[in-house]
Write a protein that binds this ligand. Structure first.
Ligand SMILES: Cc1cc2nc3c(=O)[nH]c(=O)nc-3n(C[C@H](O)[C@H](O)[C@H](O)COP(=O)(O)OP(=O)(O)OC[C@H]3O[C@@H](n4cnc5c(N)ncnc54)[C@H](O)[C@@H]3O)c2cc1C
Length: 472
């Protein structure tokens, strides 16, 4: 009888089945991006077509080996790497990397799951369209991973998250069947929405092999402004004003706390962070305009004039060139890296109704500082859609590793209890993975959790797709 490895080699070709026994270093597939987990895979399998994915799933299921789907392995919640049993198969989708079709009249693009996000943005642009999903990992994350995690990023305030951009999916089920759900329909009320079931399911319900995604017309101009604000309340007021002045042109609204920007200034002085030293918060705004750059600039000027009059902006700069705009965005995107340079930290990717964010931060900052004197709060995020990266850095004195070991559980409880109290979510855009699976049991509505378990049982009764992720 042939072994599973032999069968996998017969399906995808020997070159695309990697094992440690053959002398391969599997650490790129076994270790997560944040280096919080390093598992051991039986093999890494790299199918090159949907039919091959289907055959791999059937073979693994028949042999009783569970699978971990993987795209770019940039996920932040330990969902894309194997456990340490040495029994799981990593199913890497990166060879499924074709753009199958662009339909300009329908404003859609049908792409395979392993396409790199940045490649899709560039492909759309070359065809004269905008594909607006955008996040700092776009150079290595895949659209399959984006859909499996329902990724958000910087443009959600205008275009929504990955779910909102998806019109159809092709999925290999846990039984190895292929659901052909591609199609560019914006209206289709023929029963349960299976697409929405698979989007955000983090590889636990099916393997996404292709997707039909929405495109938009390219804007005539995109302008970026950087504004210093006197408080978080002012930042929220500025968001309201920006909605009124810019309408659908408001495509980005990020907030950055002074300590977060101070870390960028300390670890990446060459980036020259503007206006941070004398203001508690700065805001990055993007205005995408369908008319012209001059129109976009006038709109921004009117917005900032009103904001100065209302006292909700203390100082501001509008980027003079695309290069300057990129520099400003680069500062924002460098905060996680600067934080990593500063040392180990505890990350929270939370969402709160925008109106409650100032009160949430004031209370939670005070609570943490009272309970754990000296903790440093790195607060930044996509304020436009209510998503904060509310991170906690170890005090300057003492060893950060010891701080994490001794305080992480307590810090998480303090923060998540507050999020719950404010009607928020403990995972806004990164997902659950295995890192937050136990927290879901604590904070998710019990009826919702029961329904989720029923869905998992119905679609994957033998628990062969990414077991232990999302549902503990
Ligand atoms: C520097 C940095 C910045 C980031 N910024 C953001 C941000 O702004 N917004 C945001 O939302 N996220 C962000 N992330 C997180 C991460 O990039 C996203 O979660 C991304 O969507 C993951 O894509 P991936 O291809 O790397 O997926 P992976 O990490 O490989 O997988 C993520 C999950 O999806 C599953 N999966 C992957 N591919 C498939 C598939 N084809 N079918 C079924 N399941 C699959 C995996 O099993 C796993 O559970 C950031 C990460 C980094 C490193």
């Amino acid at each position: 009888m042939s072994t599973l490895i032999d069968q996998l080699r017969a399906i995808v070709g020997a070159a695309h089945v990697l094992t440690r026994d053959d002398g391969n270093d599997l650490s790129a597939w076994e270790q997560d991006w944040r280096k919080r987990a390093h598992g051991h895979a039986l093999a890494v399998v790299r199918p090159g077509s949907t039919d091959e994915v289907s055959a791999v799933v059937r073979a693994c299921a028949a042999a009783g080996h569970s699978m971990v789907p993987q795209g770019g392995n940039t996920g932040l919640v330990v969902g894309s790497v194997p456990d340490d049993s040495g029994h799981q198969v990593v199913l890497s989708l990166t060879r499924l990397n074709q753009v199958r079709a662009i339909d300009g009249a329908n404003l859609t693009m049908t792409v395979e799951a392993g396409c790199i996000l940045q490649t899709l943005q560039e492909t759309a642009q070359k065809a004269g369209f905008l594909f607006p999903l955008s996040l700092a990992a776009e150079g290595s994350c895949t659209i399959g991973g984006n859909l499996a995690t329902n990724a958000g990023g910087t443009q959600v305030v205008r275009y929504g998250n990955a779910r909102d951009l998806c019109l159809g999916l092709e999925v290999v089920t846990a039984q190895g069947e292929v659901w052909q759900g591609l199609g560019g329909l914006r209206k289709d009320n023929t029963g349960y929405d299976l697409r929405d079931l698979f989007v955000g399911s983090e590889g636990t319900l099916g393997i996404i092999t292709a997707a039909t995604m929405k495109l938009y017309p390219l804007p005539a101009a995109q302008l970026t402004a950087w504004a210093a604000v006197p408080s978080l309340e002012a930042a929220v007021a500025l968001l309201g004003l920006a909605h009124r002045h810019l309408g659908a042109g408001l495509t980005g609204f990020e907030v950055m706390g002074q300590f977060a920007l101070g870390l960028v200034d300390r670890h990446m002085p060459q980036l020259r962070v503007p206006l941070w030293a004398d203001h508690p918060y700065c805001v990055l705004l993007e205005n995408s305009d369908s008319e012209s750059e001059a129109h976009a600039r006038t709109q921004f000027e009117h917005l900032l004039e009103s904001a100065f009059e209302d006292g909700i902006v203390s100082d501001a700069v509008v980027a003079e060139s695309l290069q300057q705009a990129h520099q400003l965005w680069h500062i924002r995107e460098s905060i996680p890296l600067a934080q990593a340079e500063e040392g180990l930290n505890i990350k929270h990717d939370i969402s709160i109704p925008v109106s409650l964010i100032p009160a949430f931060c004031a209370e939670t900052d005070a609570l943490l500082q009272r309970e754990i004197p000296g903790v440093r709060l790195v607060n930044f995020g996509h304020l436009g859609d209510g998503n904060l990266h509310y991170n906690v850095q170890a005090p300057t004195h003492g060893d950060p590793a010891t701080f994490l070991r001794e305080q992480e559980a307590r810090v998480n409880t303090l923060v998540f209890d507050q999020v719950h109290r404010f009607g928020g979510s403990i995972s806004a855009e990164h997902g659950v993975g295995s890192l937050k699976a136990d927290k879901l049991v604590q904070y998710k509505d019990p009826v919702a959790l029961g329904l989720m378990r029923s869905i998992k049982q119905a679609l994957d009764p033998h628990n062969i797709l990414n077991p232990g992720r999302v549902l503990a």
